[in-house]
Design a protein around this ligand. Structure first.
Ligand code: LLP
Length: 414
C-alpha cells in the first residue's frame, strides 16, 4: 500500500496534486511520500514483534537527508556502505550506535571515522579486512565490534547484477572458511566478535532463498557455539522485493515470522537491512512528454527525464510502471518512453499502452529506491529536484541543480 492514488482522474501524492507539484517545481522531479515511508518502516518493525531486533534501513536505496531523518525519527538504524553515507546519517540526525557498516572495500579512513563515531557493528567481508580493522582499532586504542558476512551460496533467483549470495560473487566470506575466520577474529586483541550477517541479493520475491540462507547461518552459529564463540546478533541483510508489476513478494510479516520461528531458542538479536522494501514504492519520478515521434514500426514518446535521472531500466532492463498524471479517456497506443540522452539504452519503458500528447506528464512508479541515488550528470544534465510530501504539504528536500554546479570544482589549465 502506498499513498499515490488518483482522485477525479488526477494523480495525488498523499493530499498533494502531482500536476501542481510539477507545475511549481518543474520536471523531471522525484516525489516521495512521508506517510508511505513511515508505513513501510513500521510494517517491518511491527513484523518482528517483541523479538529483540533492529531495522537498519539501507541508505544506498535513497540517501536524501529528509528520508533518513524521517526514518531516524521513528528510531531506525542504518546500513551504510561508505564514509559518505555515514556522514549523511549523522547529518540527518541518525544514531551512530544503530549503524551497521557493510561493503567489501572499507578504507582505513572510513574505519577510523566509524570507530570514532561508535557504530554498532562492522560487517566484515574478508580476512584481509578483519586484520586491517584490528590494526585501525588498535591505533585508536579501542575494540571494533564485528560481524562476519558469510556468503551462504544460495541462489536468490533475482537479476544477476543484484544477486550477491553465490560463490561466484565478490561478497562475503565462503562458508567453508567461516569457522576459521571467526576463530581468528575471536583471537584478535582489538576485535569484539558480535554477530554474523549475510545479504543474498535484492528484489527477492520468494521466501525460500531467505530461509535457505538463514538455515545455513544458524548451522554455523551452532557450530561456533560449540567452539565457545557466542554471538549476540544475526543480520539477515536486505533484499525483500516489492511489487513493480504483478510480483507478489512475501509481506514483511510473513518473512519476519518465518525467520523468528527458525531462530528457535537461540538468543540472537535480529537485524534487517531493508532498502527497497521501505523506499521503492514511497517515490515516483515525474517527467513531461516533449515530443511524439513515429517511424514505420515504432511510436516514441520523448520525455524530459532520462537514464541519468533513472538508471534502472537502462542498467537492469528493469520494468517500472508508467502511468499518466492526468488520466484521459482517449484511446491508448503502444509507446516507447525514451529520454534525451544520446544512448540507445536511454529508455524508461518500452511498449507501454498510453494515451499521451506532447506536454502530458507521466509518473514512473516505484522510484523511491535506487532512483535519485543512482542518478548522474551524464550528458551534463543537472540532477533533478526531490520533493517530499507530508499530507497536504510538499517540501523541496533537494533543489534542482543549477547549471554552474555542473562544473563546480573543475579547473582550466594555466
Ligand atoms: N544490505 C546490503 C549489504 C546490500 O548490499 C543491500 C543492497 C541491501 C542491504 C539493501 O537491499 P534491498 O533491501 O534494497 O534489496 N541498484 C539495484 C539494487 C542494488 C542492491 C545492492 N545492495 C537496483 O536498482 O535494483
Amino acid at each position: 500500500m502506498d499513498h499515490f492514488i488518483y482522485q477525479d482522474q488526477n494523480l495525488f501524492a498523499e493530499s498533494c496534486s502531482v500536476a501542481e507539484i510539477a507545475q511549481q517545481h518543474g520536471t523531471p522531479v522525484y516525489i516521495y511520500s512521508r506517510a508511505t515511508l513511515e508505513r513501510h518502516w513500521r510494517a517491518f518493525d511491527d513484523a518482528v514483534g517483541t523479538h529483540p531486533h533492529l531495522i537498519c534501513y539501507a541508505v544506498k536505496a535513497n540517501s536524501n537527508l529528509a528520508v533518513l531523518n524521517v526514518l531516524a525519527r521513528l528510531g531506525s538504524g542504518f546500513d551504510i556502505v561508505s564514509g559518505g553515507e555515514l556522514a549523511r546519517v549523522i547529518e540527518a540526525g541518525g544514531d551512530p550506535k544503530k549503524v551497521v557498516f557493510s561493503g567489501v572495500g572499507k578504507t582505513v579512513e572510513e574505519m577510523q571515522q566509524a570507530l570514532e563515531l561508535g557504530i554498532y557493528c562492522f560487517n566484515v567481508e574478508s580476512s584481509a579486512e578483519l586484520e586491517q580493522l584490528n590494526l585501525v582499532a588498535q591505533s585508536l586504542n579501542t575494540k571494533a565490534p564485528v560481524s562476519l558476512r558469510i556468503n551462504p551460496d544460495v541462489d536468490a533467483g533475482t537479476h544477476p547484477y543484484i544477486s550477491t549470495g553465490l560463490k561466484e560473487n565478490k561478497f562475503g566470506i565462503a562458508m567453508e572458511e567461516a569457522e576459521q575466520v571467526f576463530v581468528r577474529a575471536a583471537a584478535l586483541s582489538h576485535i569484539d566478535v558480535k554477530g554474523v550477517d549475510c545479504h543474498i541479493g535484492s528484489q527477492l520475491t520468494e521466501l525460500k532463498p531467505f530461509l535457505d540462507a538463514m538455515d545455513r547461518l544458524l548451522g554455523l552459529v551452532d557450530r561456533l557455539t560449540a567452539l565457545g564463540i557466542e554471538l549476540s546478533h544475526l543480520d539477515v541483510g536486505g533484499g525483500l522485493g516489492v511489487p513493480y508489476d504483478n510480483e507478489t513478494p512475501p509481506a514483511p510479516q510473513v518473512y519476519a515470522a518465518a525467520l523468528v520461528e527458525r531462530l528457535g531458542e537461540r538468543k540472537l538479536t535480529l537485524i534487517f537491512e531493508p532498502g527497497r522494501a521501505i523506499a521503492a514504492n514511497a517515490g515516483i519520478f515525474v517527467t513531461q512528454v516533449l515530443y511524439l515521434k513515429e517511424n514505420s514500426n515504432k511510436r516514441f514518446a520523448i520525455v524530459d527525464g532520462a537514464m541519468n535521472d533513472l538508471l534502472r531500466p537502462a542498467l537492469y532492463s528493469a520494468w517500472q510502471k508508467i502511468i499518466p498524471v492526468q488520466q484521459s479517456d482517449a484511446a491508448t497506443q503502444a509507446f516507447d518512453i525514451v529520454g534525451p540522452v544520446c544512448e540507445t539504452g536511454d529508455f524508461l519503458g518500452k511498449d507501454r499502452q498510453l494515451a499521451v500528447v506532447a506536454g502530458d506528464l507521466l509518473a514512473i512508479r516505484s522510484c523511491g529506491a535506487y532512483g535519485f541515488a543512482m542518478s548522474s550528470n551524464y550528458n551534463s544534465r543537472p540532477r533533478v529536484a526531490e520533493i517530499m510530501v507530508d499530507g497536504s504539504q510538499a517540501f523541496v528536500v533537494r533543489e534542482r541543480e543549477k547549471r554552474q554546479q555542473l562544473w563546480q570544482g573543475e579547473q582550466l589549465l594555466p
